[in-house]
Ligand binder design. Structure first.
Ligand SMILES: NC(=O)c1ccc[n+]([C@@H]2O[C@H](COP(=O)([O-])OP(=O)(O)OC[C@H]3O[C@@H](n4cnc5c(N)ncnc54)[C@H](OP(=O)(O)O)[C@@H]3O)[C@@H](O)[C@H]2O)c1
Length: 334
């Protein structure tokens, strides 16, 4: 196996490791061997790494033998080396990528199929905030829910990292989009991003508020509330609508009114992005490159709430778990 590279050192001095199951304090900086790209992979010198709720959950569970003990599902940086069959990705390219762990580090491996160019107008922190939200939004809305041209979407968690991307993407692609959020300030932000209406679910019944305002029901609900909105989701749902769950919280179960499911022929589903087989992730990447990437920097702008240095990863997790952020939290690595 051969690799194309500039001069790659053997060791990186800084990566953040989950040292035990626990709170943010279990994240510790370590030196590590730099991983080497095999066929179909690229090695990225990381400039910025996005933080996702998944990273906090992984930290809480602790390490396992299958996943890297270095968290991080998305990075932006410069390609340092490539394995064989890297699909046209070359050393020196500025890229962002979905990675299977290992993102909170000076160097990370990505499948070349999951690498995107960084548009000129976007800085590295902004670029690092895009991949996980883009894959999650596209896959769940179009592949899992089968969203069709012109159908409407209601997003719970409109100012989450996923939500700020999904709202802009849906608007850019011509879908009516609505949101719920946990505060008036978050609702204002969701509307500024393109939601036609954002409802504070803590102070208002969102099903009546949304359907009352628009005069019809919603085709697809994207839900990260761990099932708490089940009844109201079904009330707001159109005939043959779909509800897609992104979060099971701490092992939540659904208590569903069967009569409403039957009356509406509702489909209730959900997915997990990380274990999705690579060919399916690659298919999503191809769709994103064609349909969504041309809008990046224009109709779809990165929404970065906080940028912290890599050695403050624990603080970044605290910020995420406090839940006041609007948009993404990103680590600056270089
Ligand atoms: N299944 C998958 O493959 C997949 C992939 C990516 C993300 N996700 C999930 O999608 C969600 C968004 O991810 P993210 O990284 O964008 O997270 P994030 O920025 O931390 O956003 C999470 C948002 O969800 C809302 N929320 C509603 N109920 C909640 C609850 N019980 N606990 C915590 N937050 C709650 C909160 O907004 P309000 O204050 O407005 O309620 C919060 O801001 C997370 O639940 C994540 O686990 C799933």
């Amino acid at each position: 196996m051969s690799t194309k590279h500039s001069k790659v050192p053997n060791r990186m001095q800084r990566c953040v490791v989950i040292t035990a199951a626990g709170g943010p304090e279990v994240l510790q900086m370590q030196a590590r061997q730099i991983p080497q790209p095999v066929a179909g992979e690229v090695l990225i010198r990381v400039k910025a790494a996005g933080i996702n709720r998944h990273d906090c959950n992984q930290r809480g569970r602790g390490t396992n033998p299958v996943q890297s003990d270095i968290p991080g599902l998305e990075v932006a940086g410069v390609v340092e080396a490539v394995g064989e069959d890297a699909g046209g990705v070359e050393p020196g390219m500025a890229v962002c990528a979905l990675v299977d762990g290992g993102g909170y580090a000076e160097y990370a491996i990505a499948s070349s199929a999951l690498v995107f160019p960084v548009p000129d107008a976007i800085d590295m922190a902004g670029a690092a905030s895009l991949p996980e939200a883009a894959f999650t939004a596209w896959y769940n809305l179009f592949s899992v829910a089968g969203l069709k041209q012109g159908e409407s979407v209601l997003i719970h968690g409109g100012t989450s990292g996923v939500g700020v991307f999904a709202i802009q993407m849906l608007r850019a692609l011509g879908h009516p989009v609505y949101a719920t959020c946990g505060s008036d300030a978050k609702c204002a932000a969701a509307e500024a991003l393109g939601a036609s209406l954002a409802v504070n679910y803590r102070t208002q019944a969102f099903d009546a508020a949304v359907t009352g305002r628009i005069g019809r029901e919603i085709d697809v609900v994207l839900d990260m509330s761990a099932g708490v909105h089940m009844q109201a989701n079904l009330e707001a749902l159109a005939y043959r609508g779909r509800i897609v769950h992104l979060s099971s919280g701490a092992g939540a179960a659904l208590h569903t009114p069967l009569a409403l499911i039957m009356k509406k022929e509702a489909r209730i589903t959900g997915s997990l992005m990380r274990p999705l087989p690579l060919p399916e992730k690659a298919a999503v990447a191809r769709m994103l490159k064609t349909a969504v990437w041309p809008h990046i920097g224009a109709a779809i702008k990165p929404q970065v709430a906080h940028v912290l240095p890599l050695n403050e990863a624990a603080e970044a997790h605290r910020l995420m778990e406090q839940g006041n952020h609007i948009g993404k939290i990103v680590l600056r690595v270089a």
